[in-house]
Design a protein around this ligand. Sequence first.
Ligand code: 3PG
Length: 208
Amino acid sequence: MEDIAQIMGLSPVIPVVTVNDADTGVHIAKAIYAGGVSVIEITRRTAAAFEAIQAVKRELPEMCLGVGTVWTAEQARNAIDAGAEFIVSPGIADAVDDVCRKHEIAYLPGAQTVSELAHLATRGRHHVKLFPATVLGGPPAIRAYSSVHPEMTFCPTGGIDQETAPAYLALPSVACVGGSWLTPKDAVSRGDWDAVRLEAKNVDRLRA
Ligand code: 3PG
């Protein structure tokens, strides 16, 4: 099992994927992996999410599989049972943190404010999803957060795309960004998995 720092180093982008059926999840995961990205976060925001997570785990075990939008201990346990290698919360969710510690599963908690970052630091969490990064003020906000929390490493997420990602990735405190742009809705509805593969293939160019 990898820790969250290692997982954040797997790719400049953690693709955030929300699917309405398991097959689509598998197609997307395979396309992303074929494009050279070996990490994915599937959100648990749809009825099909857990079926998709189980299917990706079964069909593509080499993919580092995360489950996102996890707020409660029960959701965390379900995600771990479904095969999650890491868990993501968009904000503070101490009950999820506790479950991840107990099961020794990598965890990426979220924060929006300097006080929440301080809270996470007191719990020994120094790798954080900063969400929604664009609304929080983008790269200048992260520079300000880093000035008072130099111990923190960020995965900014929320409103980021291939145009804006490089400015985030240029910051020393940013290990990777998260985003859903690798799976454009129109490409997914057409079943254009090659378009998804090409989006994944481009991520290495985002880091200067
Ligand atoms: C998430 O769950 O992390 C977000 O939905 C991703 O944000 P984005 O869709 O703006 O990239």
